[in-house]
Design a protein around this ligand. Structure first.
Ligand code: ZN
Length: 314
């Protein structure tokens, strides 16, 4: 019986890797820099040799490894073909085949946000639930869906692109994706800072945030936790739109749990409470009992989810 699996999370600056027991125990994790030379042509060979070296150093026999799972920052089709990863310089190619040829192990590939959701559903905030939606509030807003234990990649590899859900009809600025009114524009770290600046400029309300420069999402969250009314207003607006987006998602897929991760989720209970309040107000009664909880694996969610996808292939 195969005992081990390997999880790989490819990011724009580092590749995170982990060797796991198939029961979900993380044995060893490490990182290598993402080599973006030659349009990212060296990324897959360097991942392959790093895995081979580490397995050897750990005394793990190659034939005891079930396979390698990998999350990449872009859309992935069902056959393991990536459809452009701008961050890595990749165009359209079958990354599954490339890593299989380089390692002679079975490889499963998914979009990084979906893979992180698989990780949180397996060993993180969504543990114990089989249908989980993960929403990552970072520089942008990412999302991933696990339905009845299976990742939902979607036909175009864009399943769970929650950040670009249209929720703010009155938005005048353009999102990074080219549309207007995306959730990402109000619920990301960037969005929080933008909304706080707007609130500061449009009112005379006293606030600890006045004069703070550079202003970060963390400053806004910390001020809200300390009771600053203006900062609380910014989080209230975020909670309204996040609750609205979650109510729409719940009415389509009816999950057991929403897991909120990413840097902004460090705001903690105040963020959960405010988004839950609006989620309950906006959602249909039959799906209103979905749990809203915080992610627990942090930056390791990707390697956990990638490893889990290998086991799912059995
Ligand atoms: Zn967008």
């Amino acid at each position: 019986m195969k005992k081990y699996c390997v999880g790989v999370d490819v990011g724009g600056t580092t590749v995170k890797l982990g060797v796991f027991l198939c029961d979900g125990t993380l044995l060893k994790k490490w990182e290598i820099p993402t080599n973006k030379e030659d349009h990212g042509a060296k990324i897959v060979p360097e991942i392959a040799s790093s895995i081979q070296e580490t397995l050897q150093a750990e005394g793990i026999a190659y034939d005891a490894v079930e396979g390698i799972g990998m999350g990449v920052p872009g859309p992935v089709l069902e056959d393991g073909t990536v459809n452009r990863c701008v961050n890595l310089g990749w165009g359209v190619f079958c990354v599954k085949k490339a890593l299989e040829e380089a390692t002679s192990l079975p490889v499963t590939v998914g979009n990084d946000a979906t893979v992180a959701a698989v990780g949180e559903a397996w060993q993180g905030g969504g543990k114990g639930y089989s249908s989980v939606v993960m929403i990552t509030l970072g520089t942008g807003v990412g999302g991933g869906i696990v339905l009845h234990g299976k990742p939902l990649h979607g036909v175009h590899g864009a399943g769970g692109e929650i950040g670009h859900m249209f929720v703010v009809p009155e938005e005048t600025e353009v999102c990074g994706c080219g549309k207007k009114g995306c959730l990402e524009q109000v619920a990301s770290a960037t969005g929080i800072v933008k909304e706080a600046r707007k609130a500061l400029a449009s009112s005379m309300m006293p606030s600890a945030l006045r004069g703070v420069d550079p202003l970060t999402a963390r400053d806004v969250c910390d001020a809200a936790k300390a009771g600053d009314e203006l900062a609380k207003g910014v989080l209230e607006k975020l909670g309204h739109y996040l609750g609205l987006a979650m109510s729409h998602i719940a009415e389509v897929i009816d999950p057991e749990a929403f897991v909120i991760g990413g840097g902004v989720s460090k705001a903690g209970k105040i963020l959960i409470d405010v988004s839950e309040k609006y989620f309950k107000e906006y959602s249909f009664h039959a799906c209103r009992s979905a749990v809203i909880t915080l992610a627990t694996l942090g930056n390791d969610a990707g390697i956990y989810g990638a490893a889990r996808m290998v086991i799912d292939e059995e």
